[in-house]
Structure formats: C-alpha cells, structure tokens
Design a binder for this molecule. Structure first.
Ligand code: ADP
Ligand code: MG
Length: 263
C-alpha cells in the first residue's frame, strides 16, 4: 500500500518544503518510488526541484479544478522524485473548490489513478488551514508537523491538532499523526531542546527522530533552485537520510517509529 504523508503546519518558514524535497530525495536514493506534490501556490517545492512554475501549463491546479488526469501534469526531477508541480494559479483553486460538493476529497480522487506507481507520496501543504490543506490531510495516510525550534511561537500547533482531529472525525478516520519534526535545530544551545520539550509536553505528541540541524547549505540550495540533497555531504542532508530510514523501517517492516527524547 502506498504511504501518503502530509507535511503540514499553517506557519510559514518551518521547513515544510525543505522536508518534502529532502526526505523525498533521500527515499528515492534508497530505491523507493516517490511522488512529491506541491500544494502551495508559491511553488517553492516546484522551484527547488528545478522547474520554473511560471513556465508550466499543466499543474496541480488543472488537476484539482479542471479534472486534468494527474499523469499529464507529473514531471520528473534530477533528484529522483516525480513532482506534481504548483503554479500561482493554485491561489484561485481555493475559491473554485469551495463551491464543490465533496471538495475535501478532490486531491484524494485525483491521485488515485497513479498511486500504484509509487511507494510514497509526500504532500507539501501551504501555510494555511484552508481547503488545500484539508485536501492534503484528507488524501493522506499520515501527517508530520515540522516545528521550527528557534522561537517559542508555537501557539498554532493546538489549532493544527484540532484540525487533524476534525479531519479524522469527518473525512479521514484512518489519518495517523506521526508527530512533530524538529527543524532548524541547534543542538549546541539548550534553547532548542527547551522549546521541543515544551511543545511535546504541552501537546502530548511524539517528536520523530532525528532533529534536523540548521545548516547554511539548505538556504543556498533553495535560493539557487538546484538539487536538494543529492550528493551533498552536510549534517542537514544526513539528518534527512536518517529520517528516511526511520520512516521507511516503520512503513515497510512495521518497526516502531524512533522518537527524540531530548538526549
Ligand atoms: P516552509 O515550507 O515551511 O515555509 P521552507 O522549507 O521554505 O519552509 O524553509 C524556510 C526557509 O528556511 C528556507 O529559506 C529554507 O532554505 C530554510 N531552511 C529550511 N531548513 C533549513 C535548515 N535545516 N537549515 C537552514 N535553513 C533551512
Ligand atoms: Mg513551503
């Protein structure tokens, strides 16, 4: 069965897109067939995987709103993952979808014909809890919440967990909450660890191992639109490879998910 992981947090800048690109590339490098889906009208994932959103005529927008067969919009990338790209047109999809019955199921239905072609599908959710994120959570089998460890501004987490709970009750009873992923983590300071302990204590959610360290290479990669982790030897890429091994063992062999306890 295909695992569909939504990477969601309504806060921007918490490394959702970086996580989808890097985790996707790491899973692909270990032989998994991976599709990544850009659900953000900003198209950062599309851009970071080497495609220019401004030059695309077929994207997730046409798939969701004009019933374009998903296979006609999927692109290949140098990172070994397939990409369902986004363009700025997706900003208008929200309004179009709102008028539809069963609007939360649109992505799930659209992806169904290609699921057999992939082991893992990663959904890069936009920074909001609108219809696109609800589509992501409804299509997903699991959800991972990246949390930026630099600030104490985690008030939105409660709201996100409430949304996950509502999705479970209404559109997707089987949705599994994997937990939080610590991003932009600085192990040298106790601050990052305090923030994490605070979040996992307050919301009672597991923190998936390992934390992703802050590294300057990521900022460079996303700015230049070049490959994310392929061939890169840095702590961030290594952490995403370890995350990929952790998740893969969980999904393929049913191993318990390794969590981070702050040590
Ligand atoms: P989101 O999709 O949640 O808005 P992004 O993945 O776009 O977040 O990341 C926000 C910014 O942080 C980007 O400039 C990205 O390059 C940078 N970034 C993400 N992860 C790291 C990291 N581990 N180290 C350094 N910079 C990072
Ligand atoms: Mg993003």
């Amino acid at each position: 069965m295909t695992t569909i992981l939504a990477v969601a947090n309504q806060k921007g800048g918490v490394a959702k897109t970086t996580t989808v690109a890097s985790l996707g590339a790491a899973l692909a490098a270990s032989g998994r067939r991976v599709l990544v889906v850009d659900l953000d009208p900003q198209g950062s994932l599309t851009f970071s995987l080497g495609h220019n959103p401004d030059k695309l005529t077929a994207s997730v927008h046409e798939v969701l709103t004009a019933a374009l067969p998903v296979g006609e919009a999927i692109l290949s990338t140098d990172d070994g993952v397939d990409l369902l790209p986004a363009t700025i047109d997706l900003a208008g999809a929200e309004a179009l979808l709102l008028m539809r019955p069963g609007r939360e199921y649109t992505l799930k239905r659209a992806l169904a014909p290609v699921l057999n072609d992939y082991d893992v599908v990663l959904l890069d959710c936009p920074p909001s809890l609108g219809v696109l994120t609800l589509n992501g959570l409804t299509a997903a089998t699991a959800v991972l919440i990246p949390l930026q460890c630099e600030t104490l501004a985690h008030r939105g987490v409660g709201q996100l967990l409430t949304t996950v709970e509502e999705v479970r009750q209404i559109t997707n009873p089987d949705l599994q909450l994997l937990g939080a992923l610590a991003t932009l983590f600085d192990a040298r300071t106790t601050h990052s660890r305090d923030v994490l302990a605070d979040v996992s204590g307050q919301y009672d959610i597991p923190v998936v191992a390992p934390p992703i360290p802050r590294t300057v290479r990521f900022a460079e990669a996303s700015a230049s639109g070049t490959s994310v982790i392929a061939g890169r030897k840095n702590k961030g890429a290594e952490a995403y490879r370890e995350l990929a091994r952790n998740l893969d063992a969980h999904w393929t062999d049913g191993a318990a998910l390794r969590t981070y306890d702050g040590e």
